[in-house]
Write a protein that binds this ligand. Structure first.
Ligand code: GAR
Length: 202
C-alpha cells in the first residue's frame, strides 16, 4: 500500500479520481495527506468529505519559496508520504523540495508535452491549431513541465472546440490515466533511465 501525499490548488477532480480508484480496489495506495496552497480550493472539501487529512498551507506565511516548500516537504515526510502527486497544483516546486523526494513527485498536465507547458495548456493547443491534444503524467524535475514522461493519452481536437470543451474531453483521460500511473508505481513496475521511463507490463 503506497502512502500518497496529494498537492492541490483548485477543483480537485483528479484528487477525487484517485480516491475513487482506491475505494474501488483499483489502486493499492492510501492518501495520507492533502495539502493546498489555496484556502478555498474545492479539493479541500473533497478531502474532508472522505475523511482524508487535509490542510491549507498559506504561502504568505513564509518569507520565500524555499521555506514554504520545505514546510510542505516536512508535513509530507511527517505523514509518511512516499509518493507526492501534483493534482492541479499550480505552483512550481523548488529544488529544495524535490531533493527531499527524488523521483518521488509526479504531475498531471493537460497537454501532450513537450507541447504547451505552463498555464492554460488547452487554450494554447486550440490557438496553435493542433488536431490532437491530451494529457501527460510525468516525474517532476526543476523545470516547468519538463520531467521524464511516464504516460500520455490523446484526444481529438474538434473544429468547434473551446478551451472549456477541450479541457472536459482531456479531463476524462486525466481521471483514467493518473490513478493508473500511480498503480504502476505502487506495483514497482516503473523504472527511470535518464529521460526515458520504462513500465513493466504483465
Ligand atoms: C487539470 O486539468 C490538471 O491537468 C491541470 O489543472 C487541472 C486541475 O483540475 N494542471 C495543470 O495545468 C498543471 N500545470 P482538478 O483540480 O479538477 O484536478
Amino acid at each position: 500500500i503506497l502512502p500518497l501525499g496529494v498537492l492541490v490548488s483548485g477543483r480537485g477532480s483528479n484528487l477525487e479520481a484517485i480516491i475513487k480508484a482506491i475505494e474501488e480496489g483499483r489502486l493499492p495506495a492510501r492518501i495520507n495527506l492533502v495539502l493546498s496552497n489555496k484556502k478555498d480550493a474545492r479539493a479541500l472539501d473533497i478531502a474532508f468529505q472522505y475523511s482524508i487529512p487535509a490542510e491549507f498551507v498559506d504561502p504568505k506565511a513564509y518569507p520565500d519559496r524555499e521555506s514554504y516548500d520545505l514546510a510542505l516537504a516536512t508535513r509530507l515526510k511527517e505523514a509518511g508520504v512516499e509518493l507526492v502527486v501534483l493534482a492541479g497544483f499550480m505552483r512550481i516546486l523548488s529544488p529544495a523540495f524535490l531533493e527531499q523526494f527524488p523521483l518521488k513527485v509526479i504531475n498531471i498536465h493537460p497537454a501532450l508535452l513537450p507541447a504547451f507547458p505552463g498555464v492554460e495548456a488547452q487554450r494554447q493547443a486550440i490557438e496553435y491549431g493542433v488536431k490532437i491534444a491530451g494529457c501527460t503524467v510525468h516525474f517532476v524535475d526543476a523545470g516547468v513541465d519538463t520531467g521524464p514522461i511516464i504516460a500520455q493519452a490523446a484526444v481529438p481536437v474538434e473544429d468547434n472546440d473551446t478551451p472549456e470543451t477541450l479541457a472536459k474531453r482531456i479531463l476524462e483521460q486525466e481521471h483514467r490515466l493518473l490513478p493508473e500511473v500511480i498503480r504502476w508505481i505502487a506495483e514497482g513496475r516503473v523504472t527511470v533511465k535518464g529521460r526515458r521511463v520504462y513500465v513493466r507490463r504483465d
